[in-house]
Design a protein around this ligand. Structure first.
Ligand code: ADP
Ligand code: MG
Length: 696
């Protein structure tokens, strides 16, 4: 037997079953079984006391005692169950059978020392054990180990592939472990991290001798997964740094200095300064920058982007900045054009709705080099858009773009442009450490001074009148407000109708104030006009769907009212809330929900009320939704760890990451003799499997 041996040759399988298993579980080799880890374990090594029983739903435990009485009890419509009183020296427990035969009833031993094993049910504070396993032989009952329970299914069980089957097949495999696998981590590393060997780990993960062995085994298996995953990224990043050339931007010149000294309207925050320095250091080198800029909503990423583009310009290169929606692109264009008003730097906007004649001008100016900064949507990616010398590409709200789209930017210049991707959706630390390991990450962890924390409240629909009144007072103080309504795609027409109805109510209540509306069905020009009407301060109220979710910046708006807030995810709520609190005024976010909320919804509302910290919110979000959903569809399928849990195992991931960093620093090509096994294993195991593509 080797790891590659096809499963049909295993005892108890054969070609027929092998085919079935392959269809259901995808297993083809011994290795697939070996890495099919138990879901949980049952502990028959211990005997519990009935008197100590607490509610532990689904716990399977064992007692030692005597059955003192058996009775058939009628219940329901002519049905009968069998109930036995079971006692130990601390209490009594009912054993219950809902299905039984006369023969079975006669087999139940009375007044004899026995072991019973099974799940505990609780009903009105009374405990019972349905369908217990009964064992009179002490040796068999106290098997002394934890028994594995494998993730099974009815489909499998029906074909005899039940837990017992998996136990037997895998027990046969682990007997051969010394011939099947060898150590893949250097001894020094295992010693310093207190890791057990690979062979004992694989043994005790299936058949742990006790809890202590199990913990060591689990820790080793998890570490191994995290370690080789990080090694993959580490090697990729190293390779990128060694091989992807970039245009060095050594200069800080006139454009940057003039803007910085004369036109910048505020003092940069320390975080903005630090991040800018990190970017500068990258771009000085003849290596392509590949950097992720994370910063909570309102932290001032746009200014960092602009200053970065000015550095490119000072070094004789063009820049482009891409945003996921027309509104955002338009807004970036407006604010950047305004900031650059007194310079003679040329900026243009390219989106899906740019007129043909204007496009032609843009194309020409890009080719001649006359245009320094291009701002746009996906339209920038089209093949016809060619630059004279694109030196820098910035992607705002990067999670909205697919990998392929981002990759297109690389091809826009002979020497790939430096890439800066920006996101306001903070990624939980464990995810960032895992999935963005091949990017350099900068974080703006500070908001501009003078911002007041947004006050968030959770209200019910019945409170609407007081909410409306509160908002009116704010408008009277000179502020502007948002009303946001959810939009579900399946019933777009219905939602649209709702939106219009709500709009009517609002117009009626806020008589004398100007109301504008923004939703996905409007044409770009209409959207732009509505946005402009609100941004200019002429409209007091913006009624919108989530079109305004990302990036919209109107500093005078101070109240965000989110209707049916339970229909939004956490990161979306946080994004929406980020539309207020952008000026010096106290801002408010009001989450309106119905009375009946699921427990997840309640957690979401509570989290929003308790914190404004996007990183904390993202952690909760990951716990609620799981890492796959957080990463988004573009990278789904990458979180197929067998044992490692991205939510719970942050500590292991951190250790693995720093271990890999030290390893590659000391031995970048894994040439030291003590890293021989590691290298061989990696090459065999992970070659070609590195499917998680680069982020940009
Ligand atoms: P985000 O990081 O969400 O993209 P923006 O770049 O839109 O944030 O900035 C939010 C607001 O804060 C803008 O009005 C911007 O002009 C302002 N701003 C940015 N940096 C500073 C700063 N250092 N001091 C004061 N205001 C700033
Ligand atoms: Mg932004």
């Amino acid at each position: 037997m080797t790891l590659e041996t096809p499963i049909e040759f295993l005892k108890g399988i054969g070609p027929e079953r092998a085919k079935f298993i392959k269809n259901v579980l995808g297993f083809t080799t011994v290795e697939d079984f070996l890495t099919f880890y138990p879901l949980r374990y049952i502990d028959k090594s211990k005997v519990h006391k009935i008197g100590d029983l607490r509610t532990e739903p689904d716990a399977e435990i064992q007692f030692k005692g005597k059955i003192t009485d058996i009775q058939e009890v009628a219940y329901g419509k002519g049905q009968k169950r069998l109930t036995a009183k079971f006692r130990d020296d601390s209490g009594t427990l009912d054993l219950v059978w809902f299905r039984y035969s006369k023969w079975m009833k006669e087999q139940i031993p009375l007044n004899q020392e026995i072991f019973v094993f099974g799940k505990i049910n609780e009903f009105n504070g009374i405990f019972s054990m349905p369908h217990p396993e009964i064992e009179a032989d002490e040796k068999k009952a106290l098997s002394g180990t934890l028994l594995p329970i494998y993730p099974g299914s009815e489909k499998l069980s029906k074909r005899g592939l039940n837990n017992k089957f998996f136990q037997t097949v895998i027990a046969d495999i682990v007997k051969n472990l010394p011939n099947l696998v060898s150590e893949n981590l250097p001894g020094s590393l295992m010693k310093s991290l207190n890791l057990i060997g690979r062979i004992p780990a694989l043994y005790h993960i299936h058949f742990p001798k006790d809890l202590v062995h199990f913990r060591h085994a689990e820790n080793r298996v998890k570490f191994e997964e995290a370690f080789f995953f990080q090694l993959g990224y580490g090697l990729k990043k190293q390779h990128h740094k060694a091989s992807v050339a970039g245009n060095p931007f050594p200069k800080i010149g006139e454009n940057f200095n003039q803007f910085y000294n004369e036109f910048i309207p505020f003092e940069l925050t320390n975080a903005q300064k630090r991040v800018l320095k990190e970017i500068r250091t990258d771009m000085k080198k003849p290596i392509q920058m590949n950097r992720l800029l994370q910063g909570d909503v309102g932290s001032g990423k746009t200014m960092v982007a602009l200053l970065t583009m000015l550095i490119a310009l000072d070094n004789g290169f063009q820049s482009c900045m891409m945003a996921p929606t027309e509104i955002l692109a338009q807004q970036h264009f407006n604010s950047i054009q305004e900031l650059l008003e007194k310079t003679n730097i040329k900026v243009r906007l390219l989106t899906g709705s740019t007129k043909t004649a204007d496009r032609k001008v843009i194309h020409e100016e890009l080719l001649s080099g006359e245009l320094s900064i291009l701002i746009g949507t996906h339209a920038v990616l089209e093949d016809i858009v060619q630059f004279k010398n694109l030196g820098l590409a910035i992607i705002d709200e990067q999670h909205r773009f697919g990998v392929a789209q981002r990759a297109k930017l690389w091809a826009k210049n002979k020497i790939a442009p430096h890439i800066l991707v920006m996101t306001a959706t903070p990624i939980p630390r464990t995810l960032a450490m895992s999935f963005y390991s091949d990017l350099d990450v900068s974080v703006i962890d500070e908001l501009p001074v003078g911002r007041k924390a947004i006050i968030t409240a959770h209200r019910r629909e019945k409170d609407r009148l007081s909410i409306f009144r509160f908002a009116k007072e704010e408008i009277e103080k000179g502020r502007q407000i948002y009303f946001v309504y959810p939009l579900i795609e399946e019933s777009e027409t219905l939602d649209y109708k709702n939106l219009l109805e709500n709009l009517e109510h609002i117009i009626e209540f806020y008589e004398g104030f100007n109301v504008t509306m923004l939703h996905g069905r409007m044409k770009p020009a209409e959207k732009e006009a509505a946005m402009q009407y609100f941004a200019s301060g002429k409209a007091h109220i913006m009624v919108a769907t989530t079109v305004i979710e990302v990036g919209v910046n109107v500093p005078n708006a101070s109240v965000m009212i989110i209707e049916s807030a339970e229909r939004f995810g956490l990161s979306q709520l946080h994004q929406l809330r980020g539309r207020v609190g952008r000026g010096a005024e106290q801002s408010y976010c009001i989450l309106v929900t119905s009375d009946k909320l699921s427990s997840d919804s309640r957690t979401r509302m509570k989290t929003m009320v308790e914190t404004n910290d996007g990183f904390k919110i993202s952690e909760v979000d990951m716990k609620l939704r799981g890492p796959g959903d957080i990463l988004g569809t573009q990278q789904s399928g990458v979180v197929d760890f067998k044992k490692l849990d991205l939510v719970a195992d942050g500590k292991i991931i951190k250790v693995a990451k720093s271990t890999v960093e030290t390893l590659l620093k000391n031995d970048p090509h894994l040439e030291h003799p003590e890293n021989f096994e590691l290298r061989t294993y990696y090459a065999k195991q992970y070659k070609g499997k590195n499917k998680w593509g680069r982020i940009s």
